[in-house]
Structures are given as C-alpha cells and as structure tokens.
Write a protein that binds this ligand. Structure first.
Ligand code: FAD
Ligand code: DLZ
Ligand code: SF4
Length: 512
C-alpha cells in the first residue's frame, strides 16, 4: 500500500487527522490489540473489554466507510505483543511507502513512535490531534512566560477563542463561572436518572470471553458490562444525558450518595477519551440546550468548563511537563498505597463506597476521586506515583495525558502547586456535608481523636503540620493554619498521636 495509517485504541474517530490525510482507495488502516498496552499497568478488566470491543466495532465502521483495515487481534498467534513489533510485521507484510499516525495521548508511546522511522526505514508522519480545542503548541505558547498557570484564565481564553457561551466579548450571563450556584448535597430520590446501559452484542461477548481467559489476574468485575462500544450507542448515551441529567449537573456536581454511583454525572468520559464522542460537538450541544431554555446556565457553564477548561488544561500541563511530571513528589510522601485500594474492604464507608464502585464499574465520579480516594492518599502520605498508577489502572476513562495531571497535580499536590493553587484535603466534615456516607460509617465523624474518631479528622491536621514547611506560606491555607495554632500544644499532640496510631494500624495490616 501507499500509506499505512495506524489508528490507536483511543483514536476511534472517522474525523481523525491521520485518516483525513489518507485515501481509502490506496491506503491501509492498521489497528492492533497488543498485550503490552493492556499490561503496562494492569488495567481493570472492564476497561480492556471496553477498548477492545470499541476498537473492533470501529474497524467495522471504517470498512463500511470504504477503508481496508488490517486488524490484529490479541489472540492472533503471530501477534508480537507490542506496537513496535506489530508495526514491524505490518511493514514487512504491506511494504508501505510511509506511515501516518495522529499523535498519541501518552508520552511513552510518542517516544516509541519517534524511533520507528529509523527502525523501519520509512517516513513516519505524526500529526496533530485535532479532536481537542487547543493544540500542545497553543498551550505552550499560552503558558510561556506566565509566572503562574491557572485553569480559570486558560478557560476564559478558550471561551473567547471558541465563542462558547459568549455574548460578544462578554461571558453569557455576565459571569465566567457559576460555581457559587453549584455544590449542593443531593437527597436520595427514587426518580434520579441513571446512565444509559447497553447489552453486549456478539463482538463484545467474544471480547468478554477473551478478557476472562487472558486477564483473569487483573482487578475489577467483568460483568455486568453495559458501556456503549459503538459511536451510535455513545451518541445515544449522550442524548440521554442532555435530556435527563444535564439540567441538574451543576447543582449536584459535588454531591455523593450511598449506592448512587453516577448521580447527575454524564459518564461520558470513556467515550470522549476513546474518540466515540467528539468534545467539540458535545460542547456545542450543551450550549444549544441552554439557548433553547432546556437547561440553566449554571449547568451548561459548569459542564462546558469541565471539558473546554479542565480537560484541555490538564492535557496542556501533561505535554508541557512530561516526562518528569509523573515522578513529582513535592511533599516527599513515602508510604505505600493501602491494601484496601485493591479490595474496597475498609470500615471507612466513604472509601468502601468509592473503591467498591470503582471495582464494579471502572467508574467513580469526580468528587469521589478527588475528595475520597485522592484526599485519603494525600492525607496518609502515599507515594504519588503509586497513587497515579492506581488511577491509571482502575478507570475506563484513564489515559496518562488526562489521569496524571489530575492525580499528580490536582489530587496529590505532588507538583507543588503548578496545576492548582492548593492541596485538595479535607477532614471528615466536608465528606459529611456533601454525602450521606458518614451516618452509616463505623467511625464517628464528629469525634476528632481516639479509636472511634473519623480517621480523616486527625489525618487532616497531621498532614498540615507534617507539611508546614512547604505549605504554610500558601495564602489559601492561612485559615486552617491559624486554627491549628489556636488549638494549642496539648490538643495538637492528641491529634498527632491519633493520626500516628491510625497510620500504624493501617500499615500493619489491621482492619481499619
Ligand atoms: P462529568 O462529571 O459528567 O464531567 C463531564 C466531562 O468533563 C467528563 O466526561 C470529562 O471529559 C470532563 N472532565 C471533568 N472533570 C475533568 C478533569 N478534572 N479533567 C479532565 N476532564 C474532566 N478524567 C478522565 O477522563 N480520565 C482520567 O483518567 C481521570 N483521572 C482522574 C484522577 C483523579 C485523581 C481526579 C481527581 C480526576 C480524574 N479525572 C479523570 C477527571 C474526572 O474525575 C473525570 O473526567 C470524570 O469523573 C468522568 O466522569 P463523567 O464523564 O461522569 O464526568
Ligand atoms: C489502553 C489500551 C489498551 C488496553 N489496549 C490497547 C491496544 O491493544 N491497542 C491500542 O492501539 N491501544 C490500546 N490502548 C490504548 C493505548 O494505550 C493508547 O492509545 C495509548 O496509551 C496512547 O494514549
Ligand atoms: Fe468517611 Fe469519616 Fe465519614 Fe466514615 S465518618 S464515611 S471515614 S468521612
């Protein structure tokens, strides 16, 4: 063939820049299921099923659109197990004049790709990923020379450049951000919507069997498997969200409820990140829904900010700071990840809920990731890289470009405040306010010290005290440090002893 177009597992879009550069009449598409990608961290079983099934369905979609696709399945006896090995075999088989690929989402894959031209003696063209609103170069230019990077300012630029929710050069409604109207706790409600679920078809069933036999040692429940694996179904899930959930998205964005795994969240991240949904189209649809008076502005703005703001911002930070970023450890945290992250078995109800549903669904919503599992790891002083690998492994939407900045930067403050202005830590009080977990917990959120006290309480103060050299100058932590000083040495000592006692029991493997 003339050009060989490699389409990666998270590039499942007909509008991909590499496909646009090629011609179905002369060129060939290569898609490969490889062991190395499924095991460089041992991904959740559901994540592997989702991706392999979505890849197989996308290959069918490409064929219907007139492309010739070379698809290598994981269990093909000749499969060499890595991208490089499979590209080598494809070059020998198809003798292309050149290769075309859209830039990958992970630094390690880009590094690998950069070696292919020499290794296989052919030009390898690596194209910009136009599925994002901004490019890696745009972000670098925006960041260049700034003393401090903050999402909010980047987001305003993005609103201006895209015109999304703009009224001329002013933000729609007069404010850039409507978070003051959001962040309400939710009440159990029988009529709360649920995300759209889909029945596995024959292709998905075959992948379920493959993953059951080849990845039995990986964590997570394989079934029930209900994710969309085709563009059509992902679009249906999206329409369902727009019609039934978006209106309350902003209001309950930070809420958590026992047994309500999704609340008013979209559960669209896995589809967006794999290419089944287009972020630009989705943001326009949300804007349309607001213009048609179907959803309030706080919901539309809150949702668009997550995608146009946060999603683009974290990607920019990733490419600005890799490869060192994932080794950041500004607070010198050096404890191992507690065992219960792999089982969900802990008496702390908030953690057993968040981890339990993660193992079941390969999904937890943002505030669970940030203020429950992330908060606990940060308070307990867990090595950021171990926390990072856990998040990369357990969520169906996790690729390093989006997961690492969220974990290393936003959640673990391991980059020392490059991505965000303060560490997201809280005592049990915050979790109690935003959820109904504490009422059913074996710990008492109101007690500060002693064996019955909510562990987040003493750990919170211990964290602040332990990291005071790095954190006490942070203007956003002025109030907590002032409260800590007002407590006086005796109370401080009790809190520190309580934290030390809990950490000792935790890492000695006692049932906490
Ligand atoms: P919704 O709440 O419905 O939000 C809508 C969309 O906004 C999401 O689908 C997502 O595309 C985008 N979004 C929201 N918050 C963020 C954010 N902080 N960064 C980037 N995009 C965002 N998101 C991932 O897509 N992959 C990850 O691997 C990932 N790892 C995370 C790790 C940690 C420690 C934390 C705190 C957050 C992480 N996030 C990650 C961000 C966020 O938690 C998820 O995007 C969100 O929970 C996905 O669920 P949803 O589709 O229901 O989101
Ligand atoms: C996550 C993943 C997995 C599990 N398997 C594959 C695969 O077999 N083939 C493939 O092309 N992509 C896979 N992926 C997604 C890649 O890891 C992803 O494309 C890179 O990490 C770049 O983001
Ligand atoms: Fe979590 Fe503490 Fe509440 Fe228990 S009491 S659910 S440990 S915050």
């Amino acid at each position: 063939c003339r050009s060989l177009v490699l389409v990666l597992g998270d590039q499942l879009s007909l509008d991909l820049s590499s496909l646009k550069r090629a011609d179905p009449a002369h060129d060939r598409v290569l898609m490969i299921e490889v062991m190395a990608e499924a095991t460089y961290v041992r991904h959740h079983k559901k994540k592997i099923v989702f991706l392999f099934s979505a890849m197989r369905h996308f290959a069918e979609e490409l064929k219907e659109a007139g492309w010739t696709v070379d698809y290598v399945k994981l269990n093909d006896p000749a499969n060499s197990g890595s991208f490089k090995g499979e590209v080598k075999r494809a070059c020998e088989r198809l003798r292309p004049q050149r290769m075309v690929v859209t830039e990958p989402g992970e630094w390690r894959v880009l590094e690998d790709m950069r070696s292919w031209s020499d290794a296989f003696s052919l030009p390898v063209e690596i194209l910009t990923d136009t599925r994002f609103f901004s490019t890696v170069a745009d972000f670098r230019a925006w960041a260049d020379g700034r003393k401090q990077l903050r999402m909010e300012y980047f987001y305003r630029e993005m609103r201006r450049s895209t015109g999304l929710l703009m009224d001329g050069d002013k933000p729609a409604g007069g404010k850039w951000n409507y978070d003051a109207d959001n962040r309400k706790p939710a009440q159990p409600d029988l009529f709360m919507p649920e995300p759209k679920r889909f029945k596995p078809d024959a292709i998905t069933q075959e992948v379920l069997d493959l993953v059951a036999s080849r990845f039995s040692g990986h964590i997570g429940d394989l079934e029930p498997f209900w994710f969309a694996v085709t563009r059509k179904d992902a679009e249906e899930a999206c329409e369902h969200f727009l019609a039934d959930m978006l209106a309350d998205f902003g209001t309950y964005q930070d809420a958590m409820l026992s047994g309500r795994k999704f609340l008013f969240h979209s559960v669209l991240s896995a589809y967006l990140n794999a290419g089944l949904l287009d972020a630009k189209v989705l943001c326009r649809k949300v804007e349309e829904a607001w213009k048609a008076d179907k959803v309030p502005l706080n919901a539309a703005e809150g949702f668009i900010r997550q995608i146009l703001g946060w999603r683009e911002y974290v990607r920019g930070i990733y490419w600005l700071k890799m490869p060192d970023y994932v080794d950041s450890n500004a607070l010198g945290a050096d404890r191992p990840l507690p065992d219960f992250y792999w089982t969900g078995q802990t008496r702390m109800r908030c953690l057993s809920e968040a981890i339990g549903q993660t193992l079941e669904e390969a999904y937890a919503h943002h505030i669970q990731r940030l203020m429950v599992t992330g908060n606990f790891a940060l308070l307990a002083g867990v090595r950021p890289k171990e926390v990072h690998e856990w998040y990369l492994m357990v969520y169906a939407d996790a690729y390093e470009w989006v997961e690492a900045p969220n974990t290393i930067g936003m959640s673990q403050f391991a980059d020392g405040g490059l991505l965000g202005s303060k560490p997201y830590v809280s005592s049990g009080n915050y979790i109690d306010r935003m959820s109904d977990y504490c009422g059913a917990c074996s710990y008492d959120v109101k007690q500060k010290t002693g064996p019955k006290a909510c562990p987040f309480n003493a750990l919170y103060w211990d964290f602040l005290d332990r990291n005071k050299d790095v954190l006490k100058g942070n203007p956003r932590l002025g109030q907590p440090y002032a409260s800590w000083h007002r407590m006086g040495p005796e109370k401080q000592q009790l809190l520190k002893e309580s934290a030390a006692d809990f950490l000792k029991r935790l890492f000695e493997g006692e049932d906490v």
